[in-house]
Design a protein around this ligand. Sequence first.
Ligand code: BG6
Length: 487
Amino acid sequence: MSDTNNVDIVIFGGAGDLAFRKLVPALFMAHMHNKLEGNARIIGVGRQAWERDAYVAFINEKTRPFLQDALQEANGETCWTSFLDRLYFASIDVTQAGDYKRLSALSTAGAQRVFYLATAPSLFTQICSHLDSAGLIDAQARVVLEKPLGHDLASAKAINDQVAQHFAESQIYRIDHYLGKETVQNLMVLRFGNAIFEPLWRSPNIRSVQITVAETVGVGSRAGFYDQTGAARDMVQNHLLQLLCIVAMEPPISLQPNDVRDEKLKVLRSLRPMTDVDIKRDTVRGQYKSGTVEGVAAVGYLAEENVPANSMTETFVSLKAHINNARWANVPFYLRTGKRMQHRRSEIIIEFDDMPFSIFSGAANSQPNRLVISLQPEESIQLKMMVKEPGSGMNMRPVNLDLDMRSAFTERRAEAYERLLVDVVKGRLTHFMRRDELEAAWSWVEPILNGWAASGEPPKAYNAGTWGPAASSALMARSEHTWFEES
Ligand code: BG6
């Protein structure tokens, strides 16, 4: 156990979906593996008129299913019991200044306070201001802001301005859980720790970059949030653009937060703005219809609970982006994300250029080398190489040079939220977004959202269990590319 000071981790939205599915399990794993300070306490905040016992019972019921494997370990149940001792609850209507005295009463004097705002972003401002009035924000306090931060550039700026009245930028942790994923962090090591890639990692050696985050799940019980948000705001503005930044950024001068974030910001600022013509030609919005996903029948988006019958919200986006700088001139970055897709798969594919000329027979089998970085479901890095087919003749065939991260490292691998929550407690900002990054991402995405809205066109239908609308393949075909779906 660390011997640092007391820590109070206060979760606004403490009884919400994110808290019991992700945050509390992540904190439990940190507890189980001695990464949480001995005196750390977790204070759930919610409107429920609960005493502490009711909250503990709620978490015990709701969170356990997400910890099946860990609880079955030899010390699992004992750890769970000692973890529950860390839980507290403050019954607060976050809009009522007077209620915050309940949080003050619970707070440990002199503790490092971490406020995790897992609520609707529209409440962030009030929460920060009431925390301040209640005297709960001191120089060592930290605030974690969940995505999506705002609905567009103006609302993101407004939230940032208001939060900045109460917290310095160095106290603000804008979370994008993709930055906590092991393979995403590994991508930096792959790029900047392996000399073979550096000279190749640029135009014209790279023909294209594909970033896919495909999910098989539908909107589930989140329609209230999702229908107001859509895939572009939910996934592209944050997760996909962050992945793009890590693929495309220049080597930072160090791993210090601002050095890394400066380089990511430059990428975002170099994204070529899309004109109306680009939006029409190079972006596709889709919405799933009914279908079969991995053998199970799925209803269409419009038939999901709480989705308005005439909803035009997109559940799929694909687009072609360009980065206007010397490293990436003329290299298309294809981004794609969707719900109810054929398989759950998040991967980054770097497609290298063709051999200019082939001396081999069987050159018809020749394929450009591809580096495939899989984030999930499995973590792996594969390099597709051309090799000689056994036998007479010099025929080629693509074969994988395969690094399976799970077999290379048998150690336990922390989930993204666990890693990032520990970073917050330790004060490590590198894997969180800075204000200017977030605003640059909105600046690029917003014209696309506006273009779609102005066109009035509904999203293109795709069957659940497929790779999205046909228009998404057509987008690639126009540039003589294809999505690598069987990699
Ligand atoms: C969240 C989105 O940020 O990321 C969800 O709001 C999405 O809609 C989720 O399902 C995907 O995360 P992961 O880690 O399961 O790929």
